[in-house]
Unconditional design. Sequence first.
Length: 190
Amino acid sequence: MRKNKILVVDDEESILKAMKKDFEQEGYEVMTASCGEEALEMNKSQQFDMIVTDLSMPGMDGIKVLAEAKKQNPDIGSIILTGYGDMTSAIEALRLGADDYLLKPCDTEELLLRTSRCLKNREAHQKVKFYENILPVCSYCKSIRDDKGVEPGKGRWMRMEEYISAHSEVQFSHGVCPECYEKEMESLDQ
């Protein structure tokens, strides 16, 4: 089983080392970055499951790191850490898609619990997206259920040609392929 990969971003070296150690002891693969720009370069070249970033850093702050990381990878999980309990920044972080917001210094157990919860929620969300992208086709008549714009599973069943025409610009011309023609001719001869 693949380990979840976490990127930790903080301008304080001691915090990076401590968090890296704590996450690795829990079985995570961990990379660290000491600034937002470095984190975004790493996020471009590697697929992280989660980013844990400090809010206040020189240069690019944690809100900008989160916004850019979400542009690069919309499914990345995220936790913002801050030494300042500012409600405005908490709301902005959550609006941008942060999964959680913690005050520093945070309890290691609390951080690990919230990280685990975030990763489980991310996994569940990915499963939902996976199943939403499966096209339901009837095994007997080959009709397709069109769930677009309705609750999944509640869509209207339609002939394959109707579905494809409704969702693309493809037009149909019915005919018989050579293989089917041969089979039909053989069945008529019998």
